[in-house]
Design a protein. Structure first.
Length: 217
């Protein structure tokens, strides 16, 4: 049963990332000479849909990536043309407007509670002339990281973390800080991001993830 649920979750995730890939191309219209900073890559890949941008983008030499790990050995073997940097997404090691596009796919929910998430958005805004971000919807009835239905919506965070430890998913505690649409919009305003577009990506008619894009001018 668990393997069947995990297979289903991986299939849904794969379709979601494929759709977001085409969405990124349509919304951002990246040009061959434009630079992209991917904030929050996986230095070790656990699924076939990890590091989707690096797998699909036809100009890898224009991509720079940031991760908290200092060991990019495995990543560099897979993507030798991509530049790698060890840096915290809340305090990036780049000057303002260093990149044409700042990009982050399903990372903001892992950087910490809302003050950390606001700082993450501020840094995305600072280093990129345009921005692209995705994150799961906290009010979607299935928590997409653990595949657990409903409990993340009705339990307190402390109670949900206790439950995760009891069922052997303690890795997810203090790691997932999901946002509702209202919370995300509030953070965008607080981070100074005004000129943005928010897209609700639906599954079975319900918003499962959000995509946010913005331009500074």
């Amino acid at each position: 049963m668990k393997s069947a649920l995990r297979h289903f979750a991986n299939a849904v995730s794969g379709k979601s990332r494929e759709r977001k890939w085409h969405q990124f191309l349509a919304l951002m219209k990246p040009q061959p000479d434009e630079t992209i900073l991917d904030i929050g890559v996986n230095t070790t890949e656990y699924t076939d849909v990890d590091n989707y941008l690096e797998k699909r983008y036809p100009y890898p030499e224009k991509i720079s990536v940031v991760g908290v790990s200092e060991d990019f050995t495995e990543f560099n073997k897979r993507y030798p043309a991509v530049r790698t940097f060890s840096s915290d997404g809340r305090n990036l090691c780049f000057e303002s407007d260093s990149f044409d596009i700042s990009y982050s796919n399903a990372v903001i929910e892992h950087v910490g509670p809302q003050p950390d998430q606001q700082r993450f958005l501020e840094e995305m805004l600072r280093v990129g002339k345009r921005g692209y971000l995705t994150t799961p919807n906290r009010l979607f009835p299935i928590e997409t990281h653990t595949s657990i239905p409903l409990l993340h919506m009705v339990l307190t965070r402390r109670a949900f973390d206790t439950f995760l430890r009891l069922i052997g998913k303690g890795w997810a505690t203090d790691y997932i800080f999901l946002l509702s649409e209202r919370e995300l919009r509030s953070l965008l305003r607080s981070a100074g991001i005004r000129n943005y577009q928010l897209v609700r990506n639906r599954f079975l008619g319900l918003p499962m993830t959000f995509t946010v894009t913005w331009h500074k001018q």
